[in-house]
Design a protein around this ligand. Structure first.
Ligand code: OGA
Ligand code: NI
Length: 356
């Protein structure tokens, strides 16, 4: 495909989305500027003047989960910031490096090999390659490709995941699960929930999805988003990023953004809408976005811990026991998810769907 014909809007969508070349395929055609499908209107772009210099989200050392000070820092960060980084979480550096490298390896595969994992071709629905957020409904596309894995313990479909990345992904999930559990125990304790029992676990973190996100080199990063401003819909997300940078989160002061400085070995933790709803606004899901990079491909590996299929999202009875008025109603998780994907990323608007 010649680079000039790509500027026909139908051809571009066909090449990137339908044929499954993705943004990666686009970046391989030496484009001097981003195609207009990727150009955000000026009022939607991240204004660099709104980035607060010298401020950062909390960094919490979790080497001793049982230390009440650690618990207090986590709960405070979750209610005030909705975003923090954890260090000394116990996942070996090698496991983290391997899964980041696996992300690069997958997206470096020839297009024909990547295409095998497009939703309509994939050997199993538990692994799917896609691009942007919801290309069929978005006004402007996002400069991102993603391979998403839906993990169910004991499910043998993982054998069909891409051989270049499967082992590294599974190893990372294996190590990350106890970290997610610890975080949830601490966070629920802060909500007066005594025990993170099986029922609560299934309700809040019964399903786990891991994405290998790939943000190709972008000729005009200031005009586009890798991921537009959104809050995650999960209960919590733990995200591994590389050293390229480009993740911004809303500052506590309105209209401002904070860069999440990469720290080697750290994991970024953020509260998603499900936990904001479960906690009746005790904890906050915070808007964040990604700006792609002009010189380096960036990868990130979020794990989204979310309700099990068939689950219901709503304020926890323990939270309402004190007489607090519920801000949210009970909503089937599948409806909430459908709503999230029925539109482009739109900041914090998704949560309105569950408001009373
Ligand atoms: C996401 C996300 C941030 C990043 O996938 O929901 O916000 O740094 N990713 O890739
Ligand atoms: Ni996100």
């Amino acid at each position: 495909m010649s680079s000039s014909s790509l500027f026909d809007p139908n051809d571009l969508t066909d090449f990137v989305v339908k044929q499954g070349n993705g943004v990666k395929g686009l970046s391989e055609i030496d484009l001097k500027t981003v195609p207009r499908q990727y150009i955000q209107p000026p009022e939607e772009r991240l204004d660099k003047n709104q980035v607060v210099d010298g401020e950062s989200i909390p960094v919490i050392d979790v080497s001793n989960w049982d230390d009440p000070k650690v618990g207090a820092s986590i709960c405070e960060a979750a209610s005030k910031w909705g975003f923090f980084q954890i260090v000394n979480h116990g996942i070996p550096l090698e496991v983290l490096d391997n899964v980041k490298e696996a992300a690069h390896k997958f997206f470096e595969l020839p297009t024909e090999d990547r295409r095998k994992y497009l939703k309509e071709n994939s050997p199993t629905p538990t692994v799917q390659l896609s691009t942007s957020h919801s290309p069929s409904v978005e006004k402007v596309l996002e400069w991102k490709d993603v391979l998403i894995h839906f993990y169910v313990p004991g499910d043998e479909s993982t054998n069909l995941w891409p051989p270049v990345s499967k082992d590294q992904v599974l190893e990372h999930i294996k190590w990350a699960k106890p970290v997610i559990r610890k975080l949830m125990e601490v966070l629920l304790k802060g909500l007066n929930v005594k025990e993170f029992d099986e029922e609560k676990e299934s309700l809040l973190t019964g399903a786990c999805a891991l994405s290998l996100n790939h943000y190709s080199i972008c000729p005009n990063p200031e005009l586009s988003y890798g991921v537009g401003p959104h809050s995650d819909i999960s209960s919590i997300t733990i995200l591994l990023q590389d050293d390229v940078g480009g993740l911004y989160v809303r500052a506590t002061r309105a209209g401002q953004w904070i860069h999440v400085t990469p720290i080697q070995g750290a994991l970024v933790v953020n509260i998603g809408d499900t936990l904001q709803i479960a906690s009746n606004d005790g904890y906050k899901s915070i808007e964040h976005c990604v700006i792609p990079n002009a010189v380096k491909n960036r990868v990130s590996v979020p794990i989204f811990a979310s309700p099990k299929a068939g689950g219901i999202v709503g304020p926890l009875p323990e939270v309402l026991k004190t007489g607090e008025k519920p801000i949210y109603k009970d909503v089937p998780w599948s409806d909430y998810m459908k709503h999230f994907y029925s539109k482009g990323h739109d900041g914090k608007k998704t949560i309105e769907f569950a408001k009373i």
